[in-house]
Design a protein around this ligand. Structure first.
Ligand code: GAL
Length: 369
């Protein structure tokens, strides 16, 4: 009898230790998103939180109102709550050194999410191929204006880039500009405002209002005389909304202007259906969250990570890249890059097929699921 009691007690002790150990094993992940004022980040935050909670992690999710100082405080609070990992979409790629240096000292891994961060505490980068986003926009304008068959025709276009604090903005702009510069150099494309550098076309915080007022100034200064505008390349949807508002209020040319965007924001998809925006570059941020979870799991498990194999194991197309992104000069950051897709009024069903959008009651416009 005594043997049975001692056996039961021993078993209870082992199970207790196991449960204590498993309770200890719950890892805590800090997810820092830049803002809720730009539509996509609400989706990113929700998808990331859902994925990590479903995988059994504790999650701290913050949005920092596009204010770098606030994001520094938010991340400092995560560190004080002993997170085991940081996943950050930065507001300012050079603005997080204090907290990321602390993370490095504590050996806390950092995944740069969507936007690269200039600090060697970053262990991995998960995003889309940002340069290709721009290439798709530039190629779209080239095809829409049929530039290769322009003959002596001259087209007028303008550019609106993203936030100068966001490294993605430079990849987007350069990707697009590299597709169009030969036509600018040979005079097939003219830019009446003369603004053709990121320093000239950038938009602080990707603000719709800032894009609107700049576009109104350009239209008032260079197109009020009846000059025809043929295209306006916008690096994302929030800035495209500003440009479209300006075209509605301040452009009298009467012609349809080719307008690009990125993100598949609901308001912009309405403009796409209504012919006010011509295309958007869609990035499935739910997939971006899934890949981020895969990388995070491997890091937190202490696995030896074979990046190429991890990328190949994803159900969606994902490239493993060790050449394109750097946390500091000469310090390559292994990156997992997803593939962006061009969406126009002709393939909106593609968005519905992702399961993240649905048709409205009239089957005319898209709504978020
Ligand atoms: C970029 C992001 C884009 C764009 C912009 C504003 O970094 O990759 O999707 O929308 O921020 O959120």
């Amino acid at each position: 009898m005594k043997k049975i009691i001692s056996l039961v007690l021993a078993l209870a002790l082992v199970l207790g230790l196991c449960s204590f150990a498993s309770a200890e094993a719950v890892k805590k992940v800090g997810i820092a998103m830049p803002t809720q004022s730009l539509e996509r980040w609400n989706r990113d935050g929700a998808y990331l939180q859902d994925q990590f909670k479903a995988a059994g992690y504790d999650v701290i999710l913050t949005y920092s109102d596009n204010d770098n100082d606030k994001q520094v405080n938010d991340i400092a609070n995560m560190l004080s709550q002993n997170v085991d990992m940081l996943i950050i979409s930065c507001i300012d790629s050079a603005g997080l050194n204090t907290v990321l240096d602390e993370a490095a000292e504590k050996g806390i891994p950092v995944i740069a999410y969507d936007r690269m961060i200039e600090n060697d505490a970053v262990t991995y980068y998960v995003s889309f191929d940002n340069y290709t986003v721009g290439v798709l926009q530039g190629q779209f304008v080239k095809a829409a204006l049929d530039l290769d068959n322009a003959g002596d025709k001259v087209f007028n276009m303008e550019f609106t880039g993203g936030a100068p604090t966001d490294p993605n903005a430079f990849y987007f702009f350069n990707g697009a500009y590299d597709q169009l510069k030969e036509y600018i150099e040979k005079g097939t494309i003219k830019v009446p405002s003369g603004q053709t550098t990121m320093e000239q076309v950038g938009t602080e915080q990707w603000s719709t209002d800032t894009a609107l007022s700049r576009a109104q100034n350009i239209l008032g200064s260079y197109y009020a005389d009846g000059t025809i505008l043929d295209a306006w390349l916008c690096s994302n949807d929030s800035t495209a909304r500003g440009v479209v508002q300006a075209l509605d209020s301040d452009y009298a040319g009467g012609n349809a202007v080719v307008v690009t965007g990125q993100d598949g924001d609901i308001a912009n998809l309405i403009n796409v259906v209504d012919g006010k925006q011509t295309m958007t570059v869609y990035k499935n941020v739910a997939n971006e969250a899934v890949v981020t979870l895969s990388v995070a799991k491997a890091i937190l498990a202490g696995d030896e990570i074979d990046g190429a194999a991890l990328a190949a194991a994803q159900e969606i197309e994902c490239a493993y890249d060790t050449e394109s992104y750097f946390s500091s000069e000469g310090h390559n950051t292994p990156s997992f890059l997803l593939v962006p897709t061009v969406v126009t009024k002709d393939n909106l069903q593609y968005l519905v097929d992702t399961g993240l959008y649905k048709w409205d009651a009239d089957q005319k416009y898209l709504e978020a699921v």
